[in-house]
Design a protein around this ligand. Structure first.
Ligand code: UDP
Length: 347
């Protein structure tokens, strides 16, 4: 099949591209290299079924032709990371809502299956745990920027389901829960790469608040497996799925595990939220998925559990080539702005 991955030079997208190429598909990546990095897809360039395009998911002239020639679109391009979302709320809403709207409108003309990446953030401050796809969603007020991200992804979800309902355009919504693995960038505040890098440097491991907030971490390979299974399942059309690992861990316990497994001499350092974010910041106290639905439909089972996730993440960051990806992305940006599309191969 011909598959387009928007945001395909990002962390999850680049792993998905690899797997789809291995499965014999034809893969095109669209990325503006803002948070995605060219280094993530450089190794795929020689593949004759791979192509990449530098451009914005908001740019009709780029998105239109790419979507038209695809059988399946994985729409992963989005503003990601709490830091970016808090610092650039307009960009966040614009990219997330505008990007999905553009992709879906063009897919409507061609009939391509669109898999839309959403987020566990949409569960907000929900108190019924584990989170089920049909749960009520409890978001905070609009002066707290964080919730703008959840609201923007929620509009994406509504749009995707509306296209299925009104136009019978096949769409699938996936809600990701704290995905981790190689190529995840620690610059945008993601906790595990931060802890791992601090532990390896024997620097204080910075726990926000009292560390009682929980998360559930999913290995990127498990997420990619879920995506490729859902793509092949017609029963998934018009549906929302949690994609995550249902093992929940408190952030302070995560810090201790990282320290122990890394044999680090780091101290655990508790930082008040007010020192990290502005006074309006609100964290999610707990986050754990119910994965009954995706398990029942495609037999999804997370294979990599937390101790191995930590060991693998440590191994990745111990390697010398962890962070220099930044330099490669700067090289690509010099090819042109996101509005001016460049391409790695003929379309
Ligand atoms: N966190 C932390 N130390 C860090 C980075 C994050 O304690 O250096 C906390 C953060 O406040 C949140 C959790 O870890 O409670 C997960 O943060 P992340 O940004 O990875 O993702 P989120 O789940 O909040 O989107």
């Amino acid at each position: 099949m011909r598959i387009l991955i928007t945001g395909g030079a990002g962390f999850i997208g680049s792993h998905l591209a690899e797997t789809l190429l291995d499965q014999g598909h034809d893969v095109a990546v669209l990325d503006d290299f803002s948070t995605g990095q060219f280094q993530n897809i450089r190794h795929l360039e020689p593949h004759r079924h791979f192509t990449w395009v530098l451009g914005s998911v908001r740019d009709e002239r780029v998105v239109g032709p790419l979507v038209r020639r695809a059988d399946v679109v994985f729409h992963l391009a989005a503003a990601v990371g709490v830091r970016l979302v808090v610092d650039a709320p307009i960009h966040t809403i614009d990219t997330n809502v505008g990007g999905s709207e553009t992709v879906l409108r063009h897919a409507k003309a061609s009939g391509a299956l669109v898999v839309i990446a959403s987020t566990s953030e949409v569960y907000g401050k929900g108190i019924q745990l584990p989170f089920r796809e049909d749960a009520d969603l409890v978001l905070g007020p609009p002066h707290k920027c964080r919730w703008g991200y959840a609201a923007s992804k929620l509009i994406d979800e509504f749009l995707a389901l509306a296209y299925w309902k009104e136009h019978r355009l096949p769409t699938i919504v996936v809600r990701f829960f704290n995905t981790v693995g190689p190529r995840q960038n620690s610059r945008y505040g993601m906790v595990l790469p931060n802890f791992v890098r601090q532990a390896l440097a024997n620097e204080p491991i910075t726990i926000h608040g009292d560390g009682s907030q929980t998360r559930s971490f999913t290995w990127v390979g498990d997420v990619v497996g879920a995506l490729t299974s859902l793509m092949a399942e017609r029963q998934a059309f018009g549906q929302v799925f949690n994609v995550g690992n249902n093992h929940e861990v408190a952030i302070r316990d995560l810090a201790q595990m990282v320290k122990t497994i890394a044999r680090s001499s780091s101290d655990l350092h508790f930082v008040p939220y007010s020192k990290v974010w502005d006074a309006h910041f609100e964290d999610m106290p707990r986050r754990v998925p119910d994965i009954t639905k995706i398990r029942a439909l495609v037999g999804f089972e997370p294979r990599v559990q937390l101790p191995d996730i930590i060991k693998r993440t440590l191994a990745y960051w111990r390697r010398a080539d962890g962070e220099p990806a930044v330099a490669a992305s700067r090289q690509v940006r010099s090819l042109g702005t996101p509005e001016y599309a460049a391409t790695g191969a003929a379309l």
